[in-house]
Design a protein around this ligand. Structure first.
Ligand SMILES: [Zn+2]
Length: 275
């Protein structure tokens, strides 16, 4: 799933092409992808985007006249693409915008269950929609992070991914950040001491910045991640084979030497807990 580094790289890539020309055509949009009907999508025609902004994992496209905001969330398998005039477009995009002159912004989703979403809002509606999000993960300082960690007793991996507490981190970067911080994914947020909080703050900022720099260069997942999806490969710090454990509805990757003092983490799948 694209997270803060991936979405910020996208934001920078899209900013100029989507704001260069007014919108000539809005749509088509897959019925499962377009989540709003008022204001109608046609309201975008003739308007021009001011650029692209980002909040957490969402991209926002405000119009220059300040009246509308298009919001896109890619979820797990949504992908964005810009096409030059005349370039072949996919037959059934989840969502498409065409600009004056013929260039396009295309959202595709190669999955049976459509999860990616597009919303067209007034600025007031958009602000309301984003209101529940916690502060941006990149740039968070130790004082703020300490308050967040103290606010709820949660496993670190789950807390980092809770968008209401911190915006922008999902399962991949939670793995990378906790590995860099040498903290167990199962550690409880309220148990962290000041040294550990300082380590987590540094790791969060360094890892997200590292990811952004790599994604801006177009780096692949394999090149970007050090631990995520690297089961059995040597930890780049200590050489111990990377382990995995199922937690809630997904898989966590961790180094049993660097992060858990040699302990193997126990399976905490939802399905297993419910049995
Ligand atoms: Zn290690």
């Amino acid at each position: 799933m694209p997270e803060l580094p991936e979405m910020e790289a996208w934001r920078r890539r899209l900013n100029d092409p989507v704001s260069a020309f007014p919108i000539a055509k809005a749509g088509p949009a897959h019925i499962a992808t377009l989540k709003t009907f008022d204001p109608p999508l046609d309201e975008l025609v003739g308007r021009q985007f001011a650029g692209v902004e980002r909040r957490g994992k969402r991209l926002l496209f405000p119009t220059r006249d300040g009246e509308l905001v298009l919001l896109i969330h890619l979820m797990t398998s949504g992908r964005l693409k810009t096409l030059k005039a005349g370039e072949a477009a996919p037959k059934q995009p989840a969502f498409a915008l065409e600009f004056v002159g013929g260039s396009k912004l295309i959202l595709t989703e190669n999955a049976r269950r459509k999860q990616a979403g597009v919303w067209l809002y007034t600025p007031e509606q958009a602000a309301q929609e984003l209101d529940h999000l916690g502060p941006e993960a990149l740039g968070l300082d130790a004082t703020r992070l300490k308050d967040i960690l103290r606010s709820d007793s949660r496993r670190l991996h789950a807390l980092l991914r809770d968008q209401r507490l911190i915006a922008g981190i999902g399962r991949s970067w939670a793995n990378e950040i906790l590995h860099a911080a040498k903290l167990s994914p199962y550690a409880l947020s309220k148990d962290l001491d000041d040294d550990e909080i300082a380590r987590l703050t540094t790791a969060m900022n360094d890892e997200l910045a590292r990811g952004l720099a790599l994604r801006e260069q177009g780096a692949s997942d394999a090149k970007t991640y050090r631990i995520h999806h690297k089961l059995g490969e040597p930890c780049d710090v200590c050489g111990t084979p990377i382990a995995q454990v199922d937690f809630e509805s997904h898989t966590i990757f961790y180094c049993p030497h660097c992060q858990t003092g040699g302990r193997t983490l126990k399976d905490r799948r939802m399905s297993r807990l419910l049995r």
